[in-house]
Design a protein around this ligand. Structure first.
Ligand code: AKB
Length: 324
């Protein structure tokens, strides 16, 4: 009788986060470390965090668009998965179109190539509602619809989505992506986004009891609390490969509101809060995006469910900022 000895090698996951000091990167790193352990999640960014490297250790200084530098870190730590969060957002990208295009495109192409060359096994890359444009139907915007983005950021995200799908079809790369709406957080502030007003408003409400909004009072945009965005990201990455039917990027939604509606919600906690409106160039960007998103594919394919709404999010954020 021939005896076959089957040895099972269980590969330990090691995750590299590119852009770990940013708004989403900070909270995603914390959550992934609570799941996989500190040493299994390597944080990285173009520069050291303001609070000092030791707090984020293990930490690497890394340019997300430099493929060779990423490869060195991948090999050093035997990285299996990469979460690429480094990007230039909508407002900053309009100011520096070339820089934005280079960062947003070179980083995703570098990581896709590393997966094609079998250095890494899985990639997470965020897209955005910015892939839609002025000609897209605005209410309950579907997964597949007219997509003619009018911003540099949106063009780079839509091109990135096509590249993700291409690398999956041609080379079997396991890349997963979500089209984030405006993500609202209180731990780390974002920089250079159009939806950032919905974060600043809470800080100004607590500190000054007034806020001047750069969007008009009836500008409705899709939004989500950070906790839900982080949970969605990890759920997508942990989902069985066979359940991921969309390899460009999934629509993702929780709720939507206008500046007037968020200010009314804040007033329930801080009755003397006042808002005024001074729309600027960012209004045009906001006007080009959907007002609400249909994310039924994400809910069906990998059971996405959000938890927070405007009311519960506002209560939670104000509690945290007031304690801070
Ligand atoms: C931005 O406002 O640029 C981002 C986004 C919607 O992707 N928050």
């Amino acid at each position: 009788m021939i005896r076959c000895k089957i040895e099972l090698y269980i590969m330990k996951e090691c995750i590299l986060i590119l852009g770990a000091c940013g708004q989403i990167g900070t909270e995603l790193t914390q959550k992934l470390r609570s799941i996989y352990g500190n040493d299994a999640v390597i944080a990285s960014d173009i520069r050291a965090p303001a609070s000092g490297i030791s707090e984020l250790a293990p930490f690497e200084i890394l340019d997300a668009s430099n493929k060779e530098a990423i490869l060195k870190v991948v090999q050093k730590h035997q990285v299996t998965q990469v979460y690429l969060l480094a990007a230039m957002l909508s407002v900053t990208a309009e100011k520096y179109p070339e820089k934005a295009w280079n960062l947003n495109m070179n980083s995703i192409l570098a990581v896709l190539d590393l997966a094609k060359e079998k250095h890494i096994q899985k990639i997470y890359w965020p897209s955005s509602i910015a892939v839609f444009g002025p000609t897209t139907p605005k209410i309950n915007t579907r997964q597949k619809t007219i997509m003619e983005p009018s911003t540099v950021y949106g063009i780079s995200k839509l091109a990135g989505e096509f590249w993700c799908n291409y690398y999956h079809q041609q080379y079997g790369v396991d890349v997963r992506s979500l089209r984030y709406p405006g993500v609202i957080s209180w731990k780390t502030k974002p920089g250079g986004g159009t939806t950032d007003y919905a974060i600043d408003i809470y800080f100004k409400a607590v500190k000054d009891r007034k806020y001047e909004c750069f969007l008009s009072k009836d500008t409705r945009l899709p939004m989500m609390y950070m906790e839900d965005a982080v949970n969605a990201t990890i759920a997508l990455m942990q989902a069985d490969k066979s359940s991921i039917k969309i390899r460009s990027s999934y629509n993702l939604a929780a709720f939507d509101f206008t500046p007037e509606e968020i200010s009314e919600e804040i007033k329930k906690h801080l009755p003397d809060f006042e808002i005024s409106y001074q729309p600027d160039f960012r209004q045009k960007i906001a006007d080009s995006w959907p007002q609400s998103i249909d994310d039924s594919e994400a809910r069906i394919d990998w059971n996405w469910q959000h938890e927070f709404n405007l009311k519960t999010m506002t209560k939670d954020i104000l509690n945290h900022i007031q304690k801070k």
